[in-house]
Design a protein around this ligand. Sequence first.
Ligand code: HEC
Length: 141
Amino acid sequence: MQKFIVLIILLIVAISSQSFYQNTPLAASIKNGQSVYATYCMSCHMEDGNGVEGAFPSLVKTNHLNDKNKLVKIILQGMRGQTVVNGITYNGEMAGLNLTDQEVADVINFIRNSWGNKATAMKITEVAPAKKSVVKGYQAF
Ligand code: HEC
């Protein structure tokens, strides 16, 4: 009987820890996204996401991170033209970056869930359809 109870407990622990990991793909993606950010974005948008006033826009608590498809465009295609972020006007240019779908999803999850930002997960399978609308000469906002 005791053996049986121990077995049941082990089974519950096994099942619950597995579902725990399955329920946290966002956490894993954010972690990967942090290193993508450090490699490809941090030099301009800075470690704290606040950018450099007048030169590189902040990614902190702007309503511009709401649209995941737009973020895919900006990251892969770059962005030029005027944008107003948290009351400050930018008229610069960001070059497009050559990232994999996984890196794009991860960095989007990182910036949308860091520095007080909070948003739903971007799945890797959502990147390819978003890429279809990536066009030349596109102005994001
Ligand atoms: C060489 C500097 C540089 C790098 C590297 C860079 N950016 Fe940018 N980013 C900019 C500039 C400059 C703008 C504003 C462009 C404009 O004024 O139209 C911008 C704009 C943005 C915007 C839109 C801001 C808004 O609210 O309008 C987002 C989002 C963004 N970048 C994310 C990223 C991410 C994510 C990465 C890394 C994958 C990255 N950037 C890498 C310079 C950079």
